[in-house]
Design a protein. Structure first.
Length: 305
């Protein structure tokens, strides 16, 4: 079913329609997803852009950004990881989902589906936070033609800015595990997102307490897939992001240096005419001109007609 989305006053191409779809993960688990596209056909074959969210953030948070890209003639896919948002099938109590499943099963499934359903279109990946490093764990990350990461970081707590690092240390190190034991999951209000399966939070916690982050997890052989990544990649590091500090972004970015074109985009508040952006603010519509437009311009740098 197509749902029309009214064009904004800045719309440069056409109105947008969004269609709900289901995408099979690597193990067959169906993921809720949305496909955005212009209602007016275009003669140009643009790349298809996948917007991959952060941990515990539902795809609806990225709808305005996806529509912005679709207004300019592109197809855009947003999706929910298993047991998050529209991919949640019931109570999270008893869920066995770990964070690694989002990266090693859901992300490869989305990549495979996109390549299969839209052959011949280059795949552009825009990852927010976890959605950026998740492709490093995906065995088929060679399907990506170009990738832009927003606030993607090594989550090791000491890389974070003070005093946020101490709040995270208390929440993840002490309070979070106790709450998971009592409730059976982590309530989303504690991390500013959706409710999270208990095993996913506990794995995330373990990585964030480890200096090497997920690379210190000897039970995660998929870290070897980082060396398979070759596409041009850019990391956006936001000046006032207490989680994605310069140290945190550089720590994860170094694992993508097999890329054919690697860079870091330093976003200053003054460049965005902003008083605050933080870890999630990039996707607020007030940044259409100052942040969204240059992001799309960079992604289009390797577009094929």
């Amino acid at each position: 079913m197509l749902t029309a989305i009214e064009p904004s006053r800045e719309n440069q191409t056409s109105p947008v329609a969004a269609r709900e779809v289901q995408i099979p993960a690597e193990d067959g688990r169906l993921l809720a997803a949305s496909l955005f596209g212009p209602t007016t056909p275009t003669t140009r074959t643009w790349p298809l852009t996948v917007v991959a969210g952060g941990a515990g953030i539902a795809r609806r948070y990225y709808a305005r950004f996806a529509a912005f890209i679709a207004e300019r003639g592109r197809l855009v896919v947003t999706f929910d990881y298993r047991d998050v948002g529209g991919s949640r099938t019931g109570s999270l109590k008893g869920s066995a989902v770990r964070m690694r499943a989002w990266c090693t099963l859901d992300v490869p499934g989305v990549l495979a589906w996109t390549a299969r359903e839209y052959p011949g279109r280059p795949i552009h990946w825009l990852g927010h936070s976890m959605g950026g490093f998740a492709t490093g764990l995906a065995h088929n990350n060679d399907l990506i033609a170009r990738q832009l990461n927003i606030a993607t970081l090594s989550g090791y707590w000491r890389h974070m800015a003070a005093p946020e690092r101490y709040r995270v240390r208390v929440l993840m190190g002490l309070a979070g595990p106790a709450i998971v034991r009592l409730a059976g999951y982590l309530p989303g209000i504690l991390m500013g997102g959706e409710d999270m399966p208990g095993p996913a939070f506990l794995e995330w916690r373990r990585w964030c307490m480890t200096p090497e982050f997920l690379f210190g997890d000897r039970t995660l052989p998929e870290t070897a897939n980082f060396t398979r990544f070759r596409a041009p990649i850019r990391f956006a590091q936001v000046e006032d992001d207490a989680w994605g500090t310069r140290a945190a972004v550089e720590a994860i970015a170094q694992h993508f240096k097999t890329s054919t074109d690697y860079s870091i985009w330093r976003i200053r508040l003054c460049d965005a005419n902003a008083r605050r952006i933080g870890h999630h603010g990039f996707f607020r519509s007030e940044f259409r001109d100052t942040l969204w437009a240059p992001a799309l311009a960079w992604l289009d740098g390797n577009s094929l007609s």
